[in-house]
Ligand binder design. Structure first.
Ligand SMILES: [Zn+2]
Length: 312
């Protein structure tokens, strides 16, 4: 039995399998990523707390003697156990290693893969049906998010993906859907671009804000950030049914139909939810990079095909 195994046994440390499961649960709780296990990192104490580790268990260290260099290296046993569990998850393709994650997020973090995401949902008794709405990051989806967020503005953008149904597999479409949603809400800093609402569910799992397609999926609208806007549920609905649209200078324009709206409609506790947009000076809150602003070809299509321009 190795020196490390002996110490693990003597101190009655949790098994590696138990730590692997705790890591998967923690990854799900932290939106799919956790930092490397350095001293002072919150995650190290958080998982130790879950196992109710004593002070002795947390502070025990291993000594490795490097004779040639004439020095002794000390490593916390608990950090080593966390690393070995994460390393084992990486070998099973459940997480991506910090060196690989660094390439896409510029952060040294362990990140769930799609396989690890499914396993974490199972461990937490969360239905895989909700997977599509969760903001949890996975390595495969973040690779697409990176390409969407960093994409350059195309000269002649065609918001219609005419080959979509022929070329892509169902899995590719599902990953791309999630990447679109995550890229858009991230680009708009998790706020509705019209009213600025930013809100999470009480369990911190879901953002209220949604990624709206400007040219919708059923018209073969592309999953590009420049064919999307982050909108709260109410503004998403109002945009999809044509209550308002966006002008080329990104001001919001409300349908003239509003003049026929009964006085008791479109209000929230007396607050004029729609009429406040009518004055023509509400401008979308936009992403930091102009390259991914809503494309004029997409918003023009919305103005001409969805927006109710005429009084009926
Ligand atoms: Zn809103």
């Amino acid at each position: 039995m190795s020196y490390e195994s002996k110490m693990l046994r003597q101190l009655a440390m949790p098994t590696r399998k138990d730590v692997e499961q705790a890591l998967l649960r923690a990854l799900l709780k932290h939106d799919g990523t956790i930092k490397e296990f350095g001293s002072g990192e919150g995650i190290v104490d958080e998982i130790a707390g879950e196992f109710q580790l004593s002070e002795d268990q947390r502070s025990a260290f291993l000594e490795t003697i490097y004779r040639k260099q004439n020095r002794v290296k000390k490593a916390f046993l608990w950090h080593r156990l966390l690393f070995r569990a994460a390393d084992s998850l990486a070998k099973e393709h459940m997480v991506s290693r910090p060196t690989r994650t660094l390439e896409i997020t510029r952060k040294r973090e362990w990140m769930l893969t799609e396989k690890g995401f499914d396993e974490a949902l199972k461990l937490c008794n969360i239905s895989t049906a909700t997977k599509e709405c969760l903001p949890t990051k996975s390595y495969e989806v973040q690779k697409i998010v990176k390409s969407l967020i960093e994409s350059r503005k195309p000269e002649n953008y065609d918001p219609f993906d005419r080959d979509k149904k022929i070329v892509k597999t169902a899995r590719e479409v599902a990953l791309r859907d999630r990447a679109f949603r995550q890229a858009v809400i991230k680009a708009y800093t998790y706020r509705c671009s019209v009213c600025g609402l930013k809100l999470k569910s009480p369990d911190s799992l879901l953002w209220e804000v949604e990624a709206a397609h400007i040219v919708p999926h059923y018209f073969l609208g592309r999953d590009d950030v420049c064919n999307g806007i982050a909108l709260c549920h109410l503004h998403h609905w109002a945009f999809d049914v044509g209550w308002f649209t966006v002008l080329d200078d990104y001001r919001v324009q409300v349908s003239p139909q509003i003049s026929r709206l009964p006085a008791d409609c479109g209000k929230l506790e007396g607050f004029e939810f729609f009429r406040v947009l009518q004055r023509g000076h509400v401008k979308l809150c936009l992403p930091e990079r102009g390259e991914i602003y809503p494309h004029h070809n997409a918003i023009r299509w919305h103005r001409e095909n969805v927006f109710h321009q005429q009084r009926l």
